[in-house]
Design a protein around this ligand. Structure first.
Ligand SMILES: *Cc1c(COP(=O)(O)O)cnc(C)c1O
Length: 433
């Protein structure tokens, strides 16, 4: 399709990887299975661009799935990591940098009084769930269909048939008895949540949600939805957990909770707060956080938690996010991108809707509203695949899945956006032909 990028080096490298790594990748979406393509193997990244091992260059709208709000290899972040590495890469003992990062997060997110650093978003969520259960003495967790919270057992569940009733494991290897402790409701379906709370009266420990969903593509909360969830959790004495692993420091410095003015009890952070290295955190009310070992009875630990390189990268990143008006700059760039793509779709007669929150957005090939997972699934996925393939072959790298967001960074300048829009228009024309 369209113009020729030569991927032969990547194809070879992937064959080689597949002999020693399942599927040749260390995280499944990287295999490009969702778009019927073979993965490109990345050699380097700088600013808003990445280069693969065949020497093909792409304008990157994945940004490592969210962490790289400053773009690739930002000089100040790289320098901070280098300086930290010179002092030693890990100690398994407290360092000042951990407190310095924690103080910045507490200042940025008012609902967080204390936090604990972990190494991945999965771990942060796992710990939040354990805390919610310990705090309430209850077992059940309520989640929304299509929200992703990492790959821990009790969150790899899908809605079963019937109302908010029996959920099913969405992965082999998850015991049914674990999955049964998780109730699944549809995103933006308030009556569904009310029914679940009634059905499991006095047994729901916590409700976890991405306040802006970004793992089924970007799906926005209906007006008042999050506020009602807060009220329902208060009424049923359940812990409200915001999974802001993507939205934290992304849609605003204080995350989606700052944007909507909702105070969750616990918040999960990751991606941006690692500054491109593995770090994540769970934080919230002191009364709940103090349940963590060594203060309290909830066990949680990590050999590399609060890793000095990750702390240095994160501090450098957060400090750059309070200089000048980065969120205003992002808004300008991404609004230009959105308008350009929408205009290209209009001019080529392609039915498309963009949903966007700050610098994350999704292009859905549909003329209908998109408010939940079923409506995302009803969009034209085959057309998305052609869109993806066309972009890839013309030097624009977006997430290889119709169920993911597109991430814009501060390294995307007006010229990069303009070039992207030109390529999108060309790809739409080719699709139309
Ligand atoms: C990425 C993500 C996670 C998992 O984080 P990992 O670091 O990949 O374990 C959890 N929740 C949300 C909302 C995410 O986007």
């Amino acid at each position: 399709m369209v113009q020729g990028y030569d991927f032969s080096g990547s194809v070879q490298a992937w064959q080689r990887a597949k002999r020693v790594i399942p599927g040749g990748v260390n995280s499944p979406v990287r295999a490009f299975g969702g778009v019927d393509e073979k993965p490109v193997v990345v050699a380097s990244g700088r600013g808003c661009r990445i280069t693969d091992i065949d020497g093909n260059e792409y304008i990157d709208y994945v940004g490592s799935w969210g962490p790289l709000i400053l773009g690739h290899a930002h000089p100040k972040v790289v320098a901070a990591i280098q300086a930290a590495a010179q002092r030693g890469t890990t100690f398994g003992a407290p360092t000042l940098a951990e407190t310095e990062l924690a103080e910045r997060i507490v200042r940025a997110v008012p609902s967080i009084q204390k936090l604990r650093m972990v190494s991945s978003g999965t771990e942060a969520v796992m710990t939040a769930i354990r805390l919610a259960r310990a705090h309430t003495g209850r077992d059940y967790i309520l989640k929304m269909n299509g929200c992703y919270h990492g790959h821990s057992d009790c969150l790899l569940v899908a809605a079963g048939s019937g109302l908010a009733e029996h959920s099913n494991p969405s992965s082999a290897g998850v015991p049914r008895c674990f999955a049964e402790k998780t109730i699944v409701a549809e995103y933006n379906d308030l009556p569904g949540v009310e029914r679940a709370f009634e059905e499991y009266h006095g047994r729901v420990a916590g409700l976890i949600i991405e306040p802006i969903a970004a793992n089924m593509g970007v799906v926005l909360p209906d007006p008042g939805y999050l506020k009602s969830l807060r009220q329902l959790c208060d009424y049923h004495s359940a812990v409200l957990i915001f999974d802001e692993v993507i939205t934290g420091f992304r849609v605003a410095y204080g995350g989606a909770q700052g944007l909507f003015g909702i105070t969750p009890d616990l918040t999960c952070l990751g991606k941006i707060i690692g500054g491109g290295l593995p770090a994540a955190a769970v934080g919230g009310k002191s009364a709940i956080m103090n349940l963590l070992s060594p203060l309290g009875p909830v066990y949680q630990a990590g050999t590399l938690s609060g890793n000095p390189l990750a702390m240095a990268a994160a501090i450098a990143t957060l400090d750059l996010l309070v200089e000048g008006d980065p969120y205003g700059q992002l808004e300008t760039a991404v609004a230009q991108l959105q308008a350009g793509i929408e205009d290209a779709a209009r001019r080529t007669g392609i039915a498309m809707r963009i949903l966007r929150a700050g610098s994350i957005m999704s292009c859905y090939f549909t003329d209908r509203p998109v408010r939940n997972l079923a409506e995302v699934k009803a969009t034209d996925i085959a057309l998305f695949k052609r869109f993806f393939s066309g972009l890839l072959r013309n030097g624009v790298y977006i997430a290889p899945s119709a169920y993911e967001a597109l991430f814009v960074s501060l390294a995307h300048g007006p010229a990069d956006i303009e070039k992207t829009v030109e390529i999108v228009h060309k790809v739409f024309e080719d699709i139309r032909r």
